[in-house]
Design a protein around this ligand. Sequence first.
Ligand code: KIV
Length: 266
Amino acid sequence: MHPEPHAITVPQFTAMKAAGRKITMLTAYDHATAQLVDAAGIEGILVGDSLSMVVQGHSNTLPVTLEEMIYHAEMVGRAVRHALLVVDMPFPSFHLGVYRAIENAGRILKETRCQAVKLEGGVEQAEVIAGLVSAGIPVMAHCGLRPQSVHQLGGYRVQRDETRLLADALAAQQAGAFGIVLECIPAALAVRITAELKIPTIGIGAGTGCDGQILVYHDLLGLTPGRMPRHVKPYAELHRTVIDAVTRYRDDVRQGAFPGAEQTFE
Ligand code: KIV
């Protein structure tokens, strides 16, 4: 029998808010990445549906399927030893009624060693969140900018409807969510929502007043060249490092400098 591999449980994650401890979260989509993120002591790892964009190369998060989310979450699940592991429910896996949502989230939990699912929505998804929670499936909600609704929202814009966003956050908490991602909302509103909620708020583009922060791994490391959204702080410029290493390898091979004597068997 396998021992429980995750050190941080859902209740421990939620309790970090009351303890006044800031929560760090990062995405991961494969085994090697998850090992590194986990080793760095991040408290929560999300297999985000952002993999549709940063891994699969789509222009939004809509195309990624439940099967593909499970495929990536399996790899991540085999690596994580410390962090709480959360997997995104892709569009439209939680829009087809409570029964289908439980069926789909149940597959994610059974097949991937994750501990929780995340889904976009608040008031409109309260019934689904409550249904999942009553089935023993921990749910992290995601309010503010909901990328799966990009067409309805008219683009990736900061969301400013204070009444609606507060109602969404409260509805998610009331329905039993153990945490909530707040994406691209004004900092003052995030502070207000964070103060109103007992569950932790995890911000992305929501200022410093949230209980924690989350970023996309590729953005944090500067893996993809090009314009970054304003809320991203690249802590490295790995695309430069990678292009440089690959170019040097290419040149070495062309010039006969690789493999050298050290890499060659007698
Ligand atoms: O899919 C994702 O990566 C996310 C985070 C950006 C919150 O939902």
